[in-house]
Design a protein around this ligand. Structure first.
Ligand code: PLP
Length: 424
């Protein structure tokens, strides 16, 4: 083993600038350290203006925001449903290749996720599979859509299909703050398309509050409901008066100070991440790989740079539920070999999100591919190892590369060299 970084190269770590501390200090000095204060108000104002929506409600996490999205959708589709059962008896179409936080909140409210396969052009929900799914399950009225790794999904197609079928959209823009989509049907920043929208300020996202999330909407009454539910559903009364179930989901003014300061640098973060993506693209141009794709009309935020190995250049790789093995071959490699080699050099990569239909917790849920096959491991894509759908195929051949915006061009050159050597 040739190189080893003295200091670890992270996948995507928080990047602080100074204003974060100033806003936190101000909150402490003025004693506004709880879930009320100027940092919260300012952060909500900044994000609503930046994304182009009317209202933003600061919450404790993106997952909390998604949960309240599901409650709102459930309330509209299923009026009078009991708490925790807003989606009871409902199937919900969900992105398949995503973080499980996109999907778990459907289950918190009693819904049954039906997973929609992934397309090749943006690695997001496949509109053709979504259309097929509406043919199979015409009663479905809710779609949960994530924009993976900061790349906008095919929003024109998806919004049109949802309109045709009268379905609401929960937009999970946790990874896509700042990404832009320019379509015929819809146009603008990710986070401005859904009926209900969640973003995240988790520590590894492009803008962070150390943790935290936000609910975005153009509906005043929905914003008011989320603000109330997130503070234990206190009524406007002189004592603690409660008419409905509440949650402790509000963001603290300290976290908001961190996110507020960090948000001042979103443009810089996107530019740095874009430069990282382009250096990888250049560095790998003669390898049998492609970089994670996006549509020409989109401007991703380049949160994570990902790589897909050509089918002919994947070496033998076996993944069980918790361990992986591979056999190295000249001219070929696999995600396991690259990730293990990077780790040995003190650099952090990550596998692609393992698709939900392959997860033990969701293995029995329906899964729909573009050819309408309702089985996992359909013949949407066939390779020499047997049958695989698009999601399983990207999981098998893809990986996330170190994408930290503090990585220097010199350090990145070494990362590129390490990956290149995996194909020797
Ligand atoms: C990070 C993330 C979330 C959850 O956000 P938290 O703030 O960590 O709860 C949800 N969906 C996706 C796609 C994410 O990447």
């Amino acid at each position: 083993m040739q190189k080893r970084f003295e200091q670890k190269i992270w996948l995507s770590s928080p990047t602080m600038h100074g204003e974060e501390l100033a806003y936190i200090e101000q909150a402490i000095r003025t004693n506004w350290v709880s879930t009320v204060g100027e940092n919260i108000n300012e952060l909500e104002r900044m994000i609503a203006e930046y994304v182009g929506v009317e209202h933003a409600v600061a919450l404790s996490s993106g997952t909390a925001a998604l949960h309240l999205c599901m409650k709102l959708a459930g309330e509209r589709l299923n009026p009078g449903a009991k708490p925790g059962k807003a989606l009871e008896g409902m199937r919900v179409f969900c992105s398949d290749m995503t973080f499980d936080a996109s999907v778990n909140p459907v289950v918190y409210e009693g819904g049954e996720p039906v997973f929609i396969d992934t397309e090749a052009d943006t690695w997001n929900m496949d509109p053709a599979a979504l259309e097929k799914a509406f043919g199979m399950y015409p009663d479905v009225k809710l779609v949960v859509l994530a924009h993976l790794y900061g790349v906008p999904a095919k929003m024109d197609e998806i919004v049109s299909i949802c309109r045709d079928h009268g379905a609401l959209i929960v937009e999970d823009a946790a990874e896509a703050l700042g990404a832009e989509y320019h379509g015929e049907v819809v146009n603008g920043k990710c986070g401005s398309f859904g009926d209900y929208v969640a973003i995240s300020f988790n520590g590894n996202k492009i803008v962070t509050g150390s943790s935290g999330g936000m609910f975005l909407t153009n509906s005043r009454s929905d914003a008011d409901k989320v603000r109330k539910w997130s503070t234990q559903s206190r009524e406007d009364a002189p004592w603690y008066q409660h008419e409905e179930l509440g949650y402790n989901y509000r963001m603290s003014n300290i976290i908001a100070g961190l996110a507020r300061g960090n948000m001042l640098h979103i443009g810089e973060h996107i530019a740095q991440k874009k430069a990282i993506y382009e250096r990888y693209k250049e560095g790998f141009k003669d390898l049998p790989v492609v970089m994670s794709p996006f549509e020409d009309k989109s401007n991703p935020n380049y949160w994570l740079s990902c790589l897909l190995i050509d089918k002919v250049a994947v070496c033998r790789q076996e993944r069980g539920e918790k361990r992986a093995l591979y056999i190295s071959e000249p001219g070929k490699s696999c995600p396991t070999e690259i990730l293990e080699t990077l780790a040995a050099c003190n650099a952090e990569g990550r596998p692609i999100w393992k698709p939900m239909h392959m997860q033990p917790i969701y293995r029995m849920n329906p899964f729909v591919t573009r050819d309408g096959n309702g089985r996992a491991r359909s013949n949407a894509y066939i390779d020499e190892d047997g049958l695989a759908d698009m999601g399983a195929d990207i999981f098998r051949r893809g990986l996330c590369l170190p994408s930290d915006n503090k990585m220097t061009p010199e350090q990145q050159e070494i990362v590129i060299e390490i990956v290149r050597e995996c194909f020797d």
